[in-house]
Design a protein around this ligand. Structure first.
Ligand SMILES: NC(=O)c1ccc[n+]([C@@H]2O[C@H](COP(=O)([O-])OP(=O)(O)OC[C@H]3O[C@@H](n4cnc5c(N)ncnc54)[C@H](OP(=O)(O)O)[C@@H]3O)[C@@H](O)[C@H]2O)c1
Length: 330
């Protein structure tokens, strides 16, 4: 099954995920949406100091958003904030230091937003890693899981009341086409049992990207009546420092086909700007279009019971560590 899945992914990816896939899709776009402005809208982008997160943040700032760039390293974050201010002329751009893989750090961010009482209209869960060495987060969870799944779950659910009060608002999960190669794995959510097994960073990454798609689906269902839209997306294969470092072999083989960072960030920006009535809650997007969540014969389908189990496992991990934002009476 794994072989079929991977072949299917490579065939599909070669056709759609590179710059030629972007160009084909872009040929029929109406770009007027991209001219919309975001003055008065508060936007948070995680993992914003480089790569796709930086690019998306910059484009959202260019359109007048009040922007919070969530970065785990204060110096890299401050440099990124200054770059965005300079490039866009928007001075309403701020650094939010937070390691999304740490529940204490996520809780600090949430507490700060609670005190500030500011709204939140767009949350982009972009922070991501792909590492080949097994490592643990400050809470003792496998780092890839702690960053993509647990961190984005904790941050999004804790900020949920704020998103609902700021509605219409939206959450964008920057997942990956890599999720096509993984079914929804609940069993290993959290502290993976590695006894006797070698850590497979690519597999861990694909599983977490699948989990993000499932979480977006579930959050979209839960928040449907509250004016909070939740979407997941794949940027395509875009040249970033992260890609060069984490998958150098794949990158050097396919580099001529890779899209640039602006093309990779395009759908993030578009999802932030498009009318919510035209977007499909819980859908998985690539190049401004909803995509299938499973490839033919890949055997990755799952039922809602699996998502229930994942949700319950995540709630247990977060319980007492990240408290939802408490809103003062309006
Ligand atoms: N580029 C692609 O082709 C591609 C394809 C599919 C999906 N994606 C997804 O797109 C997202 C961005 O990837 P990228 O290619 O732009 O990678 P990147 O260049 O490595 O950027 C990742 C960003 O996330 C930050 N980050 C990582 N862990 C964090 C944490 N615990 N807390 C806060 N920030 C953290 C990094 O900060 P530091 O500088 O401190 O490390 C960096 O700013 C990821 O979710 C990735 O999985 C990318």
């Amino acid at each position: 099954m794994g072989l079929i899945r991977n072949c299917s992914f490579l065939l599909y990816g070669t056709k759609h995920f590179g710059k030629s896939g972007f160009a084909r899709a872009a040929a029929s776009w109406d770009n007027s949406v991209m001219e919309r402005r975001l003055e008065g809208k508060v936007v948070m982008v995680t993992g914003a100091n480089q790569g796709l997160g930086f690019e998306a943040a910059q484009e959202l700032a260019r359109r007048g958003a009040t922007l919070y760039m969530v970065c785990r390293n204060a110096q890299r974050g401050e440099e990124a904030v200054q770059k965005v201010r300079q490039a866009t002329g928007n001075q309403d751009v701020h650094l939010q230091v937070c390691d999304v893989s740490s529940l204490a750090s996520v809780d600090s961010l949430v507490r700060e937003w609670e005190v500030a009482g500011r709204p939140l209209h767009v949350l982009v869960n972009n922070a991501g890693i792909l590492v080949h060495e097994y490592s643990l987060s400050p809470d003792g969870h496998e780092s890839c899981f702690a960053t993509h799944t647990l961190g984005s779950f904790a941050l999004t659910t804790a900020l949920g009341p704020l998103l609902a009060r700021s509605a219409p608002s939206r959450v964008i999960f920057v997942s990956s086409g890599g999720m096509y190669t993984a079914p929804l794995e609940v069993k290993h959510a959290g502290n993976e049992d590695l006894a006797g097994r070698r850590y497979d960073g690519m597999l861990a990454y694909s599983r977490d990207k699948r989990r993000q798609v499932a979480l977006a689906e579930r959050l979209a269902e839960r928040w449907a009546g509250q004016g909070v839209g939740v979407y997941s997306m794949h940027p395509g294969w875009a040249t970033t420092e992260g890609v060069k470092k984490s998958i150098p072999g794949f990158y050097s083989f396919y580099r001529d086909s890779f899209r640039d960072v602006a093309q990779g960030a395009d759908t993030i920006v578009w999802l932030a700007l498009q009318d919510m009535a035209s977007l499909q809650p819980g859908a998985f997007y690539l190049d401004r279009t909803t995509q299938p969540k499973h490839l033919p014969l890949a055997g990755t389908q799952y039922g809602s019971a699996a998502v229930d189990s994942l949700w319950a496992a995540l709630e247990r991990m977060v319980e007492g560590k990240v408290k939802p934002v408490q809103l003062a009476a309006a």
